[in-house]
Design a protein around this ligand. Structure first.
Ligand code: FAD
Length: 489
């Protein structure tokens, strides 16, 4: 019987584990299953550029079924794991949950946005952890320009529409902030009614600095670069409230902002609490450097973990905070690849290897033509760093088919300019259809007497008009009838 390996989460770590296993084991030896609510792996470092309209959303994701040919992909969430019994409950988007058994489990469910109970945040902010969020932000900002252009210059609504707030000054926050600012600059040329002075960008960071991944000096250069572009960074400042999209800061400053983007940190996916695996105080699965889940030094047999959901000891010369690997793609990719090798090693009775990777540095895009790169004391700023960012990430997205699409998009933009088309209403696609869709006539006997009369009158009027237009329903009559019907309900 082939060994049944269940991979929980097909993101960075899960995707590379599945690919590694596919390459090393024959279908007669192993059956690999990936469970993920999304049918794709998301290349998260591209989200800021997706939000800025520099990369097509679909190009920044890697379809699992296309690229994991020997793996069964199940669309759903793993909602419970009983490792004692080696069973996992899978809850699909539609239909009943079921229990799946396995021989070996790989826990790679990643992380989720970490928020605090700040009034208005849950209702009004959006994260930057999913491709859908990045696309929404892109469409919303572009659509807001069109809305604002039609409003008087002294309108409060106009000011809110042209105000963007990003909470969190880590890499993801700064990249998102700078990329959106760059998009806004490009949009200006299409809206003569809007000037740069009308646009307001605020980044809120609780600490006294941004981007802890680079040196203080480099982070100050980024601050100066943002300041030059009139993008305001509020250091040592906390978001106090975002009720009704009115941002209130701990400094007392208050302004309305239509787009509030939350990037203030991540935490291990809380789904691990529905398992019987050991978890540390920060909610991460505890593991050895071999990527085996472990309770202290005791290995939990046939259970592996990697990426943001795990606390993997960092045994490199430059360990992360607390001696653990930081949650980033550099680690998740390499851990995924090693984990596949280690699983095969253990299945064949060999010893697993320890994960040991020294940080290669950090590279960030800060909008078209500018970026920052730091590795040790070596720093690049501006255009060269931006090129390094594009080359590195363009080549790092898995699969040549995806790299081709990303580089192709950038190449096209080079000559055709940034694509400012948006499909904001894709989030409510049925609205177009519903607006003119015919509905069955109301059951008039259910309505009170005088409302019944109103409905009948309206129907008669509509019918008469239909006759005049040779049976074609005129657009003008439909809403009138609808209004009466809804009043009658
Ligand atoms: C905007 C942004 C920019 C970034 N930029 C960089 C960068 O430049 N460099 C860098 O090194 N890192 C970067 N990172 C961090 C990096 O992307 C993550 O560290 C990395 O994705 C972690 O990989 P993972 O496999 O642990 O999790 P993920 O890649 O997040 O994958 C987790 C998967 O698990 C799935 N899942 C969730 N819950 C369940 C469940 N219950 N059952 C089954 N599946 C589930 C999810 O759908 C997802 O597909 C960035 C992150 C963000 C958000």
């Amino acid at each position: 019987m082939p060994v049944k390996i269940l991979i929980v989460g097909g993101g960075y770590a899960g995707f590379y584990t599945a690919r590694g296993l596919e390459k090393m084991l024959k279908p007669s030896e192993v059956s690999i299953t990936v469970v993920d609510p999304n049918p794709y792996m998301t290349y998260l470092p591209f989200l800021p550029e997706v939000a800025a309209g520099s990369i097509e959303p679909r190009h920044a994701i890697v379809p699992l079924r296309r690229h994991l040919k020997a793996t069964e992909v199940i669309g759903g969430k793993v909602t419970k794991v009983d490792h004692e019994k080696k069973t996992a409950v899978i809850t699909p988007e539609s239909g009943e949950a079921w229990t799946e058994d396995y021989d070996v489990i790989v826990m790679t469910a990643g992380s989720v946005s970490r928020t605090f109970p700040i009034p208005g945040v849950a209702e009004n902010a959006v994260g930057m952890k999913a491709i859908e969020e990045a696309q929404y932000v892109r469409d919303r900002l572009i659509a807001n320009f069109a809305r604002a252009a039609a409003l008087p210059t002294d309108s409060e609504e106009r000011e809110a529409l042209l105000t963007v707030t990003v909470v969190g000054g880590g890499f993801a926050g700064i990249e998102t902030f700078a990329e959106l600012r760059s998009l806004a600059t490009s949009l200006i040329e299409y809206y003569p009614q809007i000037t740069m002075e009308d646009i307001h960008f605020h980044l809120v960071e609780a600490m006294g600095r941004i981007m802890p991944e680079v040196s203080l000096e480099t982070s100050k250069w980024v601050l100066r670069d943002l300041d030059r572009r009139d993008a305001k960074v509020h250091l040592d400042t906390q978001l106090k409230s975002a009720v009704d999209k009115v941002v209130e800061l701990s400094t007392g400053e208050k302004f309305a902002s239509d787009l509030i983007i939350w990037t203030a940190g991540v935490m291990a996916n809380p789904m691990v609490r529905s398992t019987d695996f050991p978890v540390d105080e920060r909610g991460r699965l505890t593991a050895l450097a071999t990527l085996q889940i472990a309770d202290g030094d005791t290995v939990v047999p046939d259970a592996w973990t990697a990426g943001d959901v795990s606390a993997v000891p960092d045994i490199s010369k430059t360990p992360g905070p607390g001696g653990f690997c930081v949650p980033n793609a550099q680690h998740a990719v390499r851990q995924g690849k090693l984990m596949a090798k280690n699983i095969v090693a253990v299945l064949r009775g060999d010893k697993p290897r320890e994960y040991n990777h020294s940080n290669m540095g950090a590279v960030a895009g800060l909008g078209l033509g500018t970026g920052v790169f730091q590795s040790g004391k070596f720093v690049l700023k501006g255009w060269t760093a931006w090129m390094a960012h594009r080359v590195y990430h363009g080549l790092a997205i898995p699969m040549w088919e995806r790299k081709w699409r990303v580089f192709g998009g950038w190449w096209n933009n080079q000559f055709l300019g940034r694509d400012i088309a948006h499909v904001e209403r894709a989030i409510e696609p049925r609205a177009f259809f519903e607006e003119f869709a015919s509905r069955p006539k109301p059951k008039t006997e259910e309505a009170p007497a005088e409302e019944k009369a109103a409905v009948t009158e309206a129907d008669d009027a509509a019918d008469a008009s239909d006759e005049k237009t040779d049976g074609k329903t005129s657009k003008g009559k439909k809403p009138k009838t609808e209004k009466k019907v809804s009043e009658a309900k």
